[in-house]
Each structure stands twice: as structure tokens, then as C-alpha cells.
Design a protein around this ligand. Structure first.
Ligand SMILES: NC(=O)c1ccc[n+]([C@@H]2O[C@H](COP(=O)([O-])OP(=O)(O)OC[C@H]3O[C@@H](n4cnc5c(N)ncnc54)[C@H](OP(=O)(O)O)[C@@H]3O)[C@@H](O)[C@H]2O)c1
Length: 280
């Protein structure tokens, strides 16, 4: 009997969830796109029907935010249509569907942390595909949608590693955007909170991010310091760093609902970053 069926298990969050679920003694069946493409209805149905898990946890996603602007259909296929396939297959075996979403469903015009009930309005193709995915996930009656942000995890491609690469390559100065605010979040902390949310039988939408907020510039400065480097980090405006996708200027997520459900928030982002750097 499988407790958790996990997709996207080679991704940064998927890896952390597989490890932590197994450490809690749960029976896990895990796949990534090389062995199970979630866009294939037949493959998903066969897997879920054979495993009959109590929880289906979707960590698979199209996460190339800028590339999605040029191929929204590809993002939609993985982030929305395939989530509908998972929702249908989960409902058929009475499993709970846990789906992971993003702060990029918001437009960033708020001045205080976004709550789960705040209106969504994505500004990018990626954000639109993830919002459509939330709606698909909700087709499974027993669903939990965990919105998170600015993820970095062990073995992943992420902002911390991008900064580390630049330092190792000998860059004399870094230029990093200082007018986008959000919540850097360590996948290990997020994975633990998702497992606790499942234990608490949480339903609906829940925001889960490390406590505190910063800009990409603030995050980069903390990474440089944490790596023991002294490379100066110059703050720049978004307009100086044009990207195909428009990102929200402010996407801090409120975690009061998480606190009510599991009795705690995630640790501060600075503490999480230090733990990540100690292990990488
Ligand atoms: N990264 C962030 O900053 C961030 C922020 C907010 C929310 N999120 C959400 O958090 C979740 C986890 O993100 P992450 O950073 O762990 O992502 P990730 O590291 O990119 O992992 C996603 C995994 O899904 C796989 N995948 C892609 N298409 C698939 C398909 N058709 N079938 C099966 N697997 C497929 C990817 O394989 P390939 O690598 O081979 O494509 C990858 O291994 C996602 O839902 C993401 O949208 C992420």
C-alpha cells in the first residue's frame, strides 16, 4: 500500500519531499518525467490505479518562467491540463491531491502580505498556467493547494546557486534587482510543512513560505555574506534588467492560515539560507 505518490521527484521540492516522507516511515512511489510524464492520461491513470495512494503530491511543473512567455501552451500543458489529469485520477481512488502553486498568481500591487483569499491576477504566462492549475486541482474534492515562493533546494537550479556560480567565476561586482520583494523559501522547510499540513488534513489553499521578506538584492547580499565572499552587490531597478516575463513587484505571502493549521510558521529566511549553505 502506497501512502504518497509523488511526481516531479527529481525537482528541488520533489527531492526534499521524497526524503522527508520516507524519513517519517511513509511508503512512497515517486516519478519524474523520465519515467512518468504527467501529461499522459493513460500513464497517470495506470500508476495511480496500481498504487492506490492515500495522497498524490504534485511537485512536477514547467518552471521556466521566462521561456513560458514564448511557449505558453507548453507551460499550460504541464501546469494546468496535466493537473486536471492528476485530479481526476486521484478522485477515482479517493486519494487526496496536494498541488504546489506560486506567488506569481498575484500581480504584486498589494502593500501588505497576500492572504489566500486575496484576488489573483497573474502578470506572466507562467503565473496564468499555475492559476489554471489551481482550478484544475480543485476538481479533486479532497485537494490542498500550497502556494509558495522563491524556492531553493539541495541539488536544484536556483538563485543561490546562480549567485554562487557568479562568485566562483570571479565576477568583481554583482548587479541584482532591488525593487521586487518576496519570501525566499528553503525546500526542506517547505516539505516539512506540507507533510504537517497533510497530517492536519488541511484542505483548500494555504500559503507556506519562510518567515520575513526581502528583495532579490537583499537575498543576494545575504548569500554573498553566507559564502564568506566580499563581492559588492549593486542594487538595480527591474527596468535595468529586462526579462521576457513580468514579475510581481511585491509577492510576500501571509502565513497565518499555515500557523492556524499546523501550529507554527516556517523559520526566518535568513536562518533557512544558513542551513542550506552549511549543507551545500
Ligand atoms: N522554483 C521556484 O522558485 C518556485 C516558486 C514558487 C512556486 N514553485 C512551484 O513549486 C513546485 C516545485 O518547484 P521546483 O522549484 O521544485 O521545480 P523544479 O526543480 O523545476 O522541478 C520540477 C520537476 O518537474 C519535472 N517535470 C517537468 N515536466 C514534467 C512532466 N510533464 N511530467 C513529469 N515531471 C515533469 C521537471 O523535470 P525537468 O527538469 O526535466 O523539466 C522537474 O524535475 C512547482 O509547482 C513550482 O511551480 C516554484
Amino acid at each position: 500500500m502506497t501512502d504518497f505518490a509523488i511526481t516531479g521527484c527529481h525537482g528541488q521540492l520533489g527531492r526534499a519531499l521524497v526524503l522527508q516522507a520516507r524519513a517519517r516511515g511513509l511508503a512512497v512511489s515517486a516519478h519524474d518525467v523520465d519515467t512518468l510524464d504527467i501529461r499522459s492520461e493513460a500513464a497517470v491513470e495506470a500508476w495511480i490505479t496500481a498504487e492506490r495512494p492515500s495522497v498524490v503530491m504534485n511537485c512536477a511543473a514547467y518552471t521556466a518562467v521566462d521561456a513560458a512567455e514564448h511557449d505558453e501552451a507548453a507551460a499550460h500543458a504541464v501546469n494546468a491540463t496535466a493537473v486536471g489529469i492528476l485530479a481526476k485520477a486521484s478522485a477515482a481512488v479517493d486519494a487526496r491531491l496536494v498541488h504546489v502553486s506560486t506567488d506569481y498568481v498575484f500581480d504584486g500591487s498589494a502593500a501588505e502580505p497576500y492572504r489566500e483569499s486575496d484576488p489573483t491576477c497573474p502578470t506572466s504566462a507562467y503565473g496564468r498556467s499555475k492559476l489554471a492549475g489551481e482550478r484544475e486541482a480543485a476538481r479533486c474534492d479532497r485537494h490542498l493547494i500550497v502556494r509558495t515562493a522563491w524556492l531553493y533546494g539541495i541539488g536544484g537550479r536556483n538563485f543561490v546557486e546562480a549567485i554562487r556560480r557568479q562568485i566562483l567565476s570571479g565576477r568583481e561586482r554583482l548587479r541584482v534587482v532591488a525593487d521586487q520583494r518576496g519570501c525566499p523559501t528553503f525546500c526542506d522547510d517547505l516539505a516539512g510543512s506540507i507533510l504537517d499540513l497533510v497530517d492536519a488534513d488541511a484542505q483548500g489553499v494555504v500559503h507556506a513560505v519562510n518567515v520575513g521578506e526581502t528583495t532579490w538584492h537583499g537575498f543576494a547580499t545575504a548569500i554573498v555574506r553566507g559564502l564568506g565572499a566580499s563581492t559588492p552587490v549593486d542594487p538595480v531597478g527591474t527596468e535595468e534588467f529586462p526579462t521576457p516575463a513580468r514579475r510581481p513587484a511585491y509577492s510576500v505571502l501571509a502565513t497565518d492560515r499555515l500557523h492556524r493549521l499546523i501550529g507554527r510558521r516556517l523559520p526566518p529566511w535568513e536562518d533557512a539560507l544558513n542551513r542550506y549553505l552549511e549543507r551545500t
